[in-house]
Design a protein around this ligand. Structure first.
Ligand SMILES: Nc1ncnc2c1ncn2[C@@H]1O[C@H](COP(=O)(O)OP(=O)(O)O)[C@@H](O)[C@H]1O
Ligand SMILES: [Mg+2]
Length: 340
């Protein structure tokens, strides 16, 4: 009654959901139709003028002793505070990442200039140290970019720039980019994705990011002498891509969790692998924003096979309301460009 502002409504008895709220009505109807549990978020006006409260609604079908549906129960939990905290957390993350980016950019720039000898001659030892500074700065930049990207994706603040994306071309670019890394790790990289594969509707930069993450992992977790293979297949309405490696593999019990943020499989005492554990959760976010799926295939033999399916055309349900709260403040001078 408090949630729906019913006051001392006397006849709760025969109260129909549609008399209360259409969102709830829809939820109950769908639960009845599908005969299962549903979880949904609904937004209702709060007690104060202009206030909105977010509820997590769990609904489930009640069965009688013969297993026939008798009714539906819905529980509403007020998650407004939680939502606000989440929003603040990701805002904080993206503001901090932005503030870190600018000084790093300038550190890297100056180190580059010194390394080029433009600030006077440097000794071999100095060069050696500066190379390390440059490398570590690069690693820090990657980490910050991942954090920034992740916090935006998680907060739903990323607007996709849709265009027809030829995955064959994207794969070729990714393979070319990561070829040096593969050579360094003595891993053979095979790209079997046909260059004339039908395009999918998507954000090219972000789909490239997905492939980059997968191929980078495949190379990283494959000992020297191994193979990494990219394949793709046209499924008619969609395209499926596989990234297969002959590396250390992922135990079945860990296969869901590797898509969690910051999750890394405990590799025991083996050599520590660089990384943040954000790559795959970013991949999953991106693929799902493209109405696709990503998972690890069960295959015989050693190694790991990641695969994802992307529809060729996205289904549209009205305009997507993704406001970008994190657009960098316009500031004079260098740095922060337009948000993606
Ligand atoms: N191809 C692979 N082979 C074996 N393990 C993998 C592979 N890809 C991912 N993993 C495991 O999943 C974890 C999460 O991957 P990811 O999210 O990309 O984070 P990161 O690469 O930064 O560690 C990795 O740390 C690793 O334990
Ligand atoms: Mg990774």
């Amino acid at each position: 009654r408090r949630i729906f502002h019913l006051g001392d409504f006397p006849e709760v008895e025969g109260l129909h959901a549609d008399a209360v709220d259409p969102q709830l009505h829809d939820l109950l109807r769908e639960t009845t139709e599908r005969g299962e549990h549903l979880v949904r978020e609904i937004v209702l006006p709060g007690p104060r003028e202009g206030e909105e409260r977010v509820y997590q609604a769990l609904s489930s079908t009640m069965l009688d002793t013969d297993g026939r549906p008798r009714g539906v129960v819905a529980v509403l939990r007020d998650v407004t505070g939680q939502k606000e905290l989440e929003r603040m957390k990701s805002n904080f993350l993206s503001v901090v990442s932005h503030e870190l980016k600018t000084p790093l950019h300038s550190i890297k720039g100056f180190v580059d200039i010194i390394l080029l000898g433009k600030a006077g001659p440097i000794t071999e030892v100095q060069r050696d140290f500066l190379e390390t500074v440059r490398q570590q700065t690069g690693a820090l930049q990657n980490l910050i970019n991942d954090l920034l990207e992740f916090s935006r994706l998680e907060a739903g603040q990323v607007r996709l720039r849709l265009e027809p994306v030829p995955l064959g071309e994207v794969a070729a670019a990714v393979v070319e980019k990561l070829e040096p890394l593969a050579r360094q790790g003595e891993v053979a990289l095979h790209n079997r994705i046909p260059s004339d594969l039908d395009p999918v509707e998507g954000d090219r930069m972000r789909l490239e990011q997905v492939l980059t993450n997968l191929v980078d992992n495949a190379i990283k977790f494959t000992p020297s002498g191994g193979q990494v293979t990219l394949e793709a297949q046209d499924l008619g309405e969609a395209v499926q891509v596989w990234v297969h490696d002959t590396g250390i593999g992922i135990p079945p019990a860990e296969r869901e969790r590797v898509f969690d943020r910051f999750y890394q499989v405990d590799s025991g005492s083996t050599r520590p692998y660089r990384g943040t554990g954000l790559g795959l959760s970013i991949c999953k976010h991106i693929v799902e924003r493209h109405q696709g799926h990503i998972w690890i295939e069960d295959r015989e033999g050693p190694g790991t096979t990641f695969t994802f399916v992307l529809p060729k055309e996205l289904k549209r349900e009205g305009e997507e309301p993704s406001l970008d709260f994190t657009t960098p403040r316009p500031r004079s001078g260098k740095g922060a460009g337009r948000a993606r």
